[in-house]
Design a protein around this ligand. Structure first.
Ligand SMILES: Cc1ncc(COP(=O)(O)O)c(C=O)c1O
Length: 403
């Protein structure tokens, strides 16, 4: 009998999430409500962020933070090409542009030296660009070099917005001041994703973390149409008969998270450390299993890591065929994989809009050509993981170049 294929990713939803969502669905209050306030308080407490604001995606979280920071028409934001389009598309919502900085060839995270080079060259350009923010992405859940990025941010007086879509819950172990804050609380703002495949999920969903009260106020206003009081406060306060009396302070967005999603999020939040332990154990087992294969590079473990995705790099010089054939051979063995990422500068929209060539960011290009993301998620289980391991070893032997 043919065995069922192993999916690339799968959410882990238990009875407690179902009960929590069911309780809210029966309560009659479906849209943003009390569960959101509790989810926000608990998320803020977990990360140590002064403020947390629930939203319907990390994309909207990023958009709101940059809007609140004043990024607008013809501004530029330094970010990585080695990411999902959300990290850059939100700039276009604001009429701003991405300034891509190449990545570190080992981690795939933005290279601080490239950020510095761009800022230095811009400062000495005859017509400097208006660079308004630096937007690092903690790829796969491995922290970027935040010590260097924050140092650059202070010297050039440009705020940092952390894309933490892959990176919850992860501490950053600073080498300069020995602190260990959670990712998302180091820059001016952090954006988290609760999309179906993320380390905790509400189906779709996200969270903003910010430390500054004025930013928090602007983001709360803009996440729901620019209305001066949120819908829960309008209807639940003793002045409920005045619920219709609201003002519109700005043309905001419709980015709120529902009450039942927040209820699911609260349960997932409690499980976050357990999920992370499972993911970490799987990553370490993969690393150990592939250690002896000379055609594969395994990912860096680091001091802390969310292991949202597990990315191996093939060494083409050791193989008879390339990355795509490797993935196809795994697929034929019932293992579904993915690639993170085809860099943004190679995507037609960014290429056509900004005139990029594939080798403009050589390290991102090199990574793209060599990376494979393997299945990794709490529900994979040891038997599933052993199947993946066996398949990877088999394929790497089958495609091995013999001198
Ligand atoms: C790096 C990165 N940033 C942002 C996002 C957007 O997250 P969401 O789907 O919650 O909008 C994603 C989604 O996968 C992502 O991978």
């Amino acid at each position: 009998m043919k065995r069922k294929p192993i999916p690339f990713s799968a959410p882990k939803i238990g009875l407690r999430e179902i009960v929590a969502a069911g309780r809210i669905l029966r309560s009659g209050w479906l849209t943003t409500g009390q569960e959101n306030s509790l989810f926000e308080e608990e998320f803020a407490q977990k990360t140590g962020s002064p403020y947390a604001l629930s939203v319907n995606s990390a994309t909207s979280a990023l958009h709101l933070i940059l809007e609140a920071l004043g990024v607008g028409l013809d501004d530029w934001v330094i970010t990585t090409p080695y990411t999902f389009t959300a990290s850059a598309e939100i700039l276009r919502y604001l009429g701003a542009h991405p300034l891509f900085a190449d990545v570190d060839g080992k981690t795939g995270n933005i290279d601080p030296s490239e950020i510095e080079r761009i800022l230095h060259e811009n400062a000495h350009a005859p017509m400097p660009r208006s660079i308004k923010a630096i937007l690092p992405v903690h790829l796969a859940g491995l922290p970027c070099d935040m010590d260097r990025i924050m140092d650059i941010s202070r010297r050039y007086d440009i705020p940092v917005v952390e894309d933490c879509a892959h990176a919850f819950p992860v501490r950053y172990y600073s080498t300069t001041d020995r602190s260990s804050p959670y990712l998302g609380t180091i820059g001016a703002g952090g954006a988290f994703s609760f999309y179906a495949n993320k380390t905790i999920t509400t189906g779709e969903g996200g969270m903003v973390t910010v430390g500054d009260e004025a930013l928090k106020e602007r983001i709360s206003l803009m996440r729901l149409h620019g209305i001066d009081r949120d819908v829960w406060n309008r209807y639940s306060s003793s002045a409920g008969h005045l619920s219709w009396q609201y003002d519109i302070k700005a043309p905001g967005y419709k980015y709120n998270l529902t009450n039942f999603q927040a209820a699911i999020g609260r349960v997932q939040l409690k499980k976050a450390e357990r999920f992370k332990r499972d993911r970490t154990n799987q990553a370490l087992l993969y690393n150990e299993a592939f250690h002896a294969l000379d055609s594969i590079e395994t990912p860096i473990v680091g001091k802390d890591h969310a292991w949202h995705i597990y990315i191996i790099k093939i060494k083409p010089e050791k193989l008879t065929s390339g990355r795509d054939e490797f993935i196809k051979a795994l697929f034929d063995r019932g293992i579904n994989c993915s690639v993170h990422y085809r860099p943004l500068h190679m995507m037609s929209y960014y290429r056509d809009t900004y005139g990029f060539m594939n080798d403009d960011f050589p390290r991102a290009l090199d990574l793209y050509e060599r990376t494979i993301s393997l299945p990794l998620y709490p529900g994979l289980g040891i038997r599933g993981q052993k199947r993946v391991i066996r398949a990877v070893i088999e394929v790497s032997r089958m495609l091995r170049r013999t001198e």
